[in-house]
Ligand binder design. Structure first.
Ligand SMILES: NC(=O)c1ccc[n+]([C@@H]2O[C@H](COP(=O)([O-])OP(=O)(O)OC[C@H]3O[C@@H](n4cnc5c(N)ncnc54)[C@H](O)[C@@H]3O)[C@@H](O)[C@H]2O)c1
Length: 264
C-alpha cells in the first residue's frame, strides 16, 4: 500500500518509537493522528510534523478503554475522512518489582496497555478500514514476546507474546478484508522507556557510560522504517519482524500451525 495521501493513527505517538513513526509517516505523505495519554508529548509531535509541512492532529486517548479506543478512530474519520493505517504502539514497562513478588496492581496495567490496548485498537481499526476497502495495522510487540521468553519480566513477555499470536491469528484478514496485520519485535530501542534511569547512570562514571554505549540501542527511526516496510509490502500478513540490537531484521517464525487452524 502506498502511504502518500493515506490516513494513519499512531498510539503512543507522543514519545519514542511512536513519535518517530508519526514523523516518518507524515514525511511519506500521510495525514497522521497522534493518540496518547501524554498530551504535551502528543502535541509536540504534531507541532514537529506541522513545522515540517506535514498534516497531523492530536487526540487524547487511553488505549485500555473501549470508549477511548473507539473515539480515537472516530476522531481520525472526522478529522481526515477515514483510516487506512494503524500503528498500535502504546506500551509500558512495570516498575522494578517484578512478578511473582510484586503486587498485582503493579503488573496488571502492563497487560492492560500492551495487550488489551492492542486488541481494542485493532477491533475498531478493522471496522474503520472495512469502510475504506482495506488497510494495514502494525502492532508493537517485542523480542521479549518471542519463543524464548524473557525471564527478567514474565508479565511483559506475556503481554508481547500475546500480541505476536494475536497478530498471527489475524493473517486471514488479508484475503477476507484486504487488511494486513503484522507486528514488530525489537530488542532495545533508544527511547525514554529503555533509557529510564540510564542518563543519570551514564553521568556517574566513564565505565557506566561505556556499558550503555555497548548496548548498541536501536534508533527509533529504524523501527519507524519497519512500520513503513510492513505498510508498503503487500505480501506480509500475520508476521512478526524481529529487529536485533545490531539493527538486522528478520521475520520471526511463528508456530507452524496446521493449515486448517490458520484459516487460509
Ligand atoms: N524501547 C524499547 O527498548 C522497546 C523494545 C521493544 C518494544 N518496545 C515497545 O515499543 C512501544 C513504544 O515504546 P517506547 O520505547 O517508544 O516507549 P515510550 O515510553 O517512549 O513511549 C510510549 C508512549 O506510550 C504512551 N502510553 C502509555 N500508556 C498509554 C495508554 N494507556 N494509552 C495511550 N498511550 C499510552 C506513553 O504516554 C508514551 O508516549 C511499547 O509498546 C514498548 O513496549 C520498546
Amino acid at each position: 500500500m502506498e502511504i502518500k495521501d493515506k490516513v494513519a493513527l499512531v498510539t503512543g505517538g507522543g514519545s519514542g518509537i511512536g513519535a518517530a513513526t508519526s514523523l516518518r509517516l507524515a514525511k511519506e505523505g500521510a495525514s497522521v493522528v497522534v493518540a496518547d495519554v501524554n498530551e504535551d508529548g502528543g502535541r509536540d509531535t504534531v507541532t514537529q510534523i506541522e513545522s515540517n509541512g506535514g498534516k497531523a492532529a492530536f487526540v487524547r486517548a487511553d488505549v485500555t478503554g473501549p470508549k477511548d479506543a473507539e473515539a480515537m478512530i472516530a476522531f481520525a474519520k472526522e478529522t481526515f475522512g477515514g483510516l487506512d493505517i494503524l500503528h498500535n504502539n502504546a506500551g509500558i514497562l512495570d516498575g522494578p518489582d517484578r512478578y511473582p513478588d510484586a503486587d498485582p496492581a503493579q503488573w496488571l496495567p502492563v497487560l492492560e496497555v500492551n495487550l488489551r490496548g492492542v486488541i481494542l485498537g485493532t477491533q475498531y481499526g478493522i471496522q474503520a478500514m472495512r469502510e475504506r476497502g482495506g488497510g494495514c495495522i502494525v502492532n508493537m510487540a517485542s523480542m521479549a514476546g518471542l519463543g524464548f521468553g524473557y525471564p527478567p519480566n514474565p508479565v511483559y513477555a506475556a503481554s508481547k507474546g500475546g500480541v505476536v499470536l494475536f497478530t498471527a491469528s489475524l493473517a486471514p484478514l488479508k484475503d477476507s478484508d484486504n487488511i494486513r496485520v503484522n507486528c514488530i519485535c525489537p530488542g532495545v530501542v533508544n527511547t525514554p522507556m529503555a533509557r529510564g534511569g540510564i542518563p543519570a547512570l551514564a553521568e556517574q562514571s566513564e565505565e557506566a557510560a561505556k556499558l550503555i554505549e555497548s548496548l548498541n540501542m536501536i534508533p527509533p527511526e529504524e523501527i519507524a522504517d519497519i512500520v513503513v516496510q510492513f505498510i508498503t509490502d503487500d505480501s506480509l500478513a500475520g508476521q512478526a519482524m524481529m529487529a536485533r540490537n545490531g539493527r538486522e531484521r528478520q521475520l520471526a517464525a511463528t508456530a507452524a500451525a496446521p493449515k486448517e487452524w490458520r484459516g487460509s
